[in-house]
Design a protein around this ligand. Structure first.
Ligand SMILES: Nc1ncnc2c1ncn2[C@@H]1O[C@H](COP(=O)(O)OP(=O)(O)OP(=O)(O)O)[C@@H](O)[C@H]1O
Length: 617
């Protein structure tokens, strides 16, 4: 049985009630959202709890004063009772108005606060956590519904509080007449508690298990509505298929929801019929008591109101407790995500201190082995090499041989490898990673197209210098696109991509050069390019590599490429195969060795020669 299924089996009443432990955290979130609004709403809720019974008492007083005034022949008592009745009515309307004004504002602020908490957590997580589908499901659950639940907990607690105030006061009125009726009125809604609790639990489990399918539905929607996927969807004619799959998922959700809603409606109707029969019997008893002369007409009205109010309130209390249990369950989802473990300084062994590196002088891989979670074989096996300041390394090898993984280990996107990586002779595990990353400029294969202006697209490489136009243009020039940027309609302020208004679309190669400029923008010691020429024409590729070699002079450079023409200038070439380094040395040394590298180099060179020969023929 999966861990999450075992947890779901465990949703018992006592467990649900135990989740009250989240309340202090929920209240902290509410408090941090807006203290003044929270306090005003709380006071209004307490006052509102008192208004129904005060209104009931004034109505009783008003009717009785009409009856008495008629006998005494004076209007004064009616006047007073009426004045109090009107003032109270106005007061309660004012409270409702203030609450209606503050509630939506507070809810909006709260939704924002929860979203920020979720985003903050996402920033802290490691890449391997992010690539874990279970964690993606947890994120989905945390996002789903939890944005409004804390407010619901708060308002449910207050509604419960006010309902209890109302209940006690109305029950006191009824007890004065007939204690058994009061007990009956309180007990009848309790009878439905277990049934509704079971339904609430069923709904929660349904939503919990739905998270992976919901993500799939979101993904299908994404495929069908985003420009980056549109071309393939259109040309492979996938639209109908993907839409049908989406529809199928939706129908599944709909069927589940419908079954649950039907069950809930049936339960509500059965209990409501039962309640109404009991209430009818009680009202008949009140009328009988008045008929035999034991109640005044005002008290009859008051008693009937009190009966309905007690019934309504006790039913509200039971529903309130039920929804609190529900909200608690959902909050558990949010906190499960927010509490996901993250690697931090605190997780370092106690003896190790965190070093700040003032500059990268050398990088040494010492027997590094790394295996992706859930993969049978390591992606890196026993990798050892050294790169010193002033050197450039080219990494080559077949697809899937581990080249990109090696870069992800240097940049500490993955940190649970065996062996060690030494920066200036110090283990990377004891180094302040955020400081280290400031000294690395990197372009991955799947670089980001920021649908923002050129300033941001390049400036993100060094956010502190985003307003330094000369630095931005210099980075653009190092990536060979200064001219292109200057020809854009609004130069640095031109928005790239087509997602937003006045966007300017670039070609694949131009986007790649923008990403290279972003990496060059960083005042780094180590520059890393993962297949920087994949989108570039041969001329642009040569240009980028010339500029790269120039840029990394006196620094450290690593690049991955499948084009051997650009490799020969590197100080060292590492050849990878199935996660291992199978050859390393300079171009000249490796050619002399006449091994894999030399073979691949000749293969690529000969394909050009062959093509030329074929053309000649
Ligand atoms: N995020 C991941 N989770 C699990 N396995 C992965 C992940 N990324 C890569 N792999 C696996 O690790 C191995 C090495 O992948 P890597 O991306 O490092 O290869 P590469 O040499 O850069 O390939 P390419 O030349 O195609 O870019 C492959 O077998 C791949 O399937």
């Amino acid at each position: 049985m999966k861990k999450e299924d075992a947890e779901l089996e465990d949703i018992s009443l006592s467990n649900i009630l135990r989740s009250i432990q989240y309340w202090p955290r929920v209240f902290r979130i509410l408090w941090e959202t807006h203290k003044a609004y929270l306090l005003i709403i709380a006071v209004i809720n307490i006052l509102q709890g008192l208004t129904p019974v005060v209104a009931l008492l004034t109505t009783t007083q008003l009717i009785n004063s009409v009856a008495k005034s008629h006998q005494q022949g004076t209007f004064e008592a009616i006047g007073w009772a009426f004045a109090i009745y009107v003032v109270l009515g106005l007061f309660s309307q004012c409270l409702a108005l203030v609450e209606n004004y503050l509630n939506p504002l507070f809810e909006r602020l709260l939704t924002n606060r929860i979203n920020i908490l979720i985003m903050e957590k996402s920033i802290q997580l490691s890449l391997s956590a992010f690539e874990d589908s279970d964690i993606q499901d947890q994120l989905q659950r945390a996002r789903q519904e939890t944005s409004y639940r804390p407010y619901q907990i708060f308002s449910s607690i207050f509604t419960l509080g006010t309902s209890f105030i109302t209940l006690f006061s109305t029950v006191a009125l009824i007890v004065a007449w007939n204690a058994w009726v009061a007990v009956l009125l309180i007990l009848i809604p309790v009878s439905s508690f277990v049934s509704f609790l079971r339904l609430g639990k069923e709904e929660f489990i349904l939503n919990y298990k739905r998270a992976p399918r919901q993500r799939e539905a979101w993904y299908l929607g994404f495929l069908l509505t985003k420009d980056s996927t549109f071309k393939e969807v259109k040309l492979f004619q996938l639209g109908t298929y993907l839409k049908a799959r989406y529809e199928e998922l939706f129908q599944g959700f709909y069927k589940e929801d419908k079954r649950l809603i039907r069950k809930r409606s049936l339960t509500s109707v059965s209990f409501e019929i039962f309640y109404q029969m009991v209430i009818g019997a009680i009202i008949l008893l009140i009328l009988w008591t008045a008929y035999v002369g034991q109640l005044l007409v005002g008290n009859v009205v008051g008693m009937i109101q009190a009966t309905n109010l007690t019934h309504g309130t006790s039913q509200g209390i039971v529903q309130g407790i039920l929804s609190l249990c529900q909200h608690n369950l959902y909050m558990k989802n949010l906190f499960a995500y927010l509490d996901l473990e993250q690697k931090s300084v605190a997780s370092l062994p106690p003896s190790s201190a965190e070093f700040d590196v003032s500059g990268i002088e050398s990088i040494e891989f010492r027997n590094v082995t790394f295996q992706y979670p859930g993969r049978g074989v390591p992606a890196l096996r026993d990798i050892s090499f050294t790169l010193r300041r002033g050197e450039t390394i080219a990494i080559v090898g077949k697809n899937g041989s581990g080249k990109t993984t090696l870069l992800k280990c240097i940049t500490q996107l993955y940190d649970d490898f065996q062996g060690d990586i030494l920066i200036n002779g110090i283990s990377i595990r004891t180094i302040n990673i955020e400081e280290l990353r400031k000294k690395i400029g990197v372009v991955f294969q799947d670089f980001v197209h920021y649908e923002m202006d050129v300033r941001h697209n390049i400036g993100f490489g060094d956010i502190d210098s985003i307003n330094q136009d000369d630095e931005l243009l210099q980075a653009a020039s190092q990536a060979g696109i200064q001219e292109m940027v200057e020809e854009l309609p609004q130069k640095l302020e031109t928005r790239l991509g087509l997602w937003f208004e006045e966007g300017h679309q670039l070609s694949g190669g131009q986007w790649q050069r923008i990403a290279i400029a972003r990496a060059f923008m960083r005042k780094a010691d180590l520059y890393i390019l993962d297949e920087p020429s994949s989108y570039l024409d041969p001329e642009a590729e040569k240009d980028v590599f010339d500029k790269f070699y120039n840029l990394v002079k006196g620094k450290l450079g690593i690049f991955i490429t499948h084009r051997y023409s650009s490799v020969s200038f590197a100080d060292k070439i590492i050849v990878m195969d199935q996660g291992r380094i199978v050859e390393q040395g300079s171009h000249r040394e490796l050619m002399k060795e006449d091994g894999i590298y030399a073979g691949l180099y000749h293969l690529q060179a000969s394909s050009f020669v062959m093509n030329e020969d074929e053309n000649d023929a």
